[in-house]
Design a protein around this ligand. Structure first.
Ligand SMILES: NC(=O)c1ccc[n+]([C@@H]2O[C@H](COP(=O)([O-])OP(=O)(O)OC[C@H]3O[C@@H](n4cnc5c(N)ncnc54)[C@H](OP(=O)(O)O)[C@@H]3O)[C@@H](O)[C@H]2O)c1
Length: 430
């Protein structure tokens, strides 16, 4: 006889409705594979009067009803936001109910406290849907790679930004035109701020870093830059230099600590991540035993995200039937601490708008030379236009705050017009 597991579903929006639908469509597959039948006992929403594909008897406007139902063993939080979601998760853990969530923002900001409580209560939180939608990166890092030390992870973790940057490169269009196109195709939210300002990807990067390195990096120690300042010109110059620009999450273990940054980054056009186009996500994970691995797939959307939630439900079912479990995150001290934002070492691309006269390059090179920063290449395209001309420099490895201070001095030169544009360059380990 199949075991019946009571599920409380909080949220019936894009993901919640998908989970409900696929729990019905995959019922037979789940029964045969894991011998479990999931029964959705309550569905919490904000507005119970909205028509939905679910029986009105199941609906409630009080998320706490899910905690109070003794037949519910797993609470699936797909509300999003901070306040109600956090109260619900904490209440569920205290009531001994397993939690499944896709709420990356909540975990990135309050992971330390939530997993602390999970441990205290002896109840796990599963969160595959929180990072890269349908890609099973959480389970892979947590389980399949458990014996590895992680040298680095590089991820394209936001589909909207990746679509915009891909279109800028393919079609030679500007940022605003590519964003309008993404909105028209439904690839951008009505308010795309968190997608294009880098924070959606940064929340996911913080979760990956916590899993890989055993502690929660404070958001203030993460360098986060959006793609809204990337111009068509930069995309073209990058291509001329053999690079493409991606919103890249870089998570690295260095001698002095763990670096986490999310910013528009030049990556070599021949690198496998450069070929990840459109709304797709990808994560390259480098472990000391496994070597280089690559995960690729849809990073958002109803079906891929539901697939991850259903995977977590299966894991929750196993835990409820006595499978060995941990709380979903294990703190350890193998890697030390986070590297402050300015202390990280990186290569950079720098675009200046300068007066077209002799001696300017020497002045700029002099400032970087005094700061001990090397320039690996320079391009100054021929132009017949009046006014300032572009000067592009590729900068060798430099400590971020030293590079930024030198940029400040360059920006103050009389011959330099407009604010300099600096982007990180990721060369990847050979
Ligand atoms: N969309 C994706 O592709 C995706 C991918 C990965 C992870 N996620 C994460 O999954 C979560 C849900 O995202 P979504 O796109 O499905 O959101 P959504 O479409 O906006 O749906 C949110 C749902 O939560 C309900 N809700 C909001 N506040 C509530 C409250 N106080 N009490 C009870 N119910 C409440 C809403 O009710 P009403 O229907 O009555 O408004 C709605 O059904 C978020 O944490 C998101 O970051 C989403």
């Amino acid at each position: 006889m199949d075991k019946k597991i009571g599920v409380g579903l909080a949220g019936f929006g894009t993901v919640g409705a998908g989970v409900y639908r696929h729990l019905l469509s995959a019922r037979d597959v789940l029964r045969r594979r894991i011998g479990v039948e999931f029964e959705v006992r309550r569905v919490a929403v904000r507005d119970v009067s909205k028509p939905r594909e679910v029986s009105g008897d199941l609906l409630t406007g009080r998320a706490s009803d899910l905690i109070e139902d003794p037949e519910i063993g797993v609470v699936v939080e797909l509300i999003g936001g901070m306040t109600t979601a956090r109260e619900l998760i904490e209440g569920a853990l205290r009531a001994g109910k397993i939690v499944v969530t896709g709420n990356k923002a909540l975990l990135a900001e309050h992971g330390e406290a939530l997993f602390g409580l999970a441990e205290e209560c002896g109840v796990p939180i599963f969160y595959e849907a929180a990072v890269a939608g349908g890609i099973p990166i959480i389970k892979s890092v947590r389980e399949a790679f458990v014996a590895n030390r992680f040298e680095s992870m590089h991820g394209i973790l936001n589909g909207t930004s990746n679509y915009i940057l891909s279109r800028m490169a393919e079609a030679g269009i500007g940022y605003q035109e590519a964003l309008d196109e993404a909105s028209a195709l439904g690839y951008a939210e009505a308010d795309p701020t968190l997608d294009v300002n880098g924070w959606d990807a940064a929340h996911k990067a913080i979760i990956l870093a916590a899993l890989a390195y055993g502690f929660w990096i404070p958001p203030s120690d993460v360098l986060v830059r959006g793609i809204d300042t990337v111009t068509r010109e930069d995309v073209c110059f990058a291509a001329e230099l053999g690079y493409c620009i991606k919103l890249l999450a870089t998570i690295k273990a260095g001698a002095d600590g763990i670096e986490v940054r999310v910013c528009p980054t030049l990556i070599p056009s021949r690198h496998v991540l450069a070929s990840v186009g459109g709304v797709f996500n990808a994560i390259a994970v480098h472990g000391d035993i496994v070597g280089e691995t690559l995960f690729y797939g849809r990073g958002a959307g109803q079906d891929p995200t539901s697939s991850s939630v259903l995977g977590d439900l299966a894991e929750a079912a196993a835990a409820l039937q006595g499978a060995p479990r941990n709380c979903g995150f294990i703190r350890h001290e193998l890697y030390g601490k986070a590297l402050p934002v300015g202390a990280a070492i990186s290569k950079f691309y720098l675009r200046l708008a300068v007066e077209d006269r002799p001696g300017v390059l020497a002045q700029v090179a002099g400032i970087f030379g005094e700061a001990g920063i090397g320039i690996s290449s320079v391009i100054q395209p021929e132009t017949t236009a009046e006014g300032p001309v572009p000067l592009i420099l590729m900068i060798h490895d430099a400590v971020t705050h030293v590079f930024e201070a030198a940029c400040g001095r360059v920006a103050a030169l009389e011959a330099v017009k407009d604010a300099p544009v600096a982007l990180h360059v990721e060369a990847f380990a050979p």
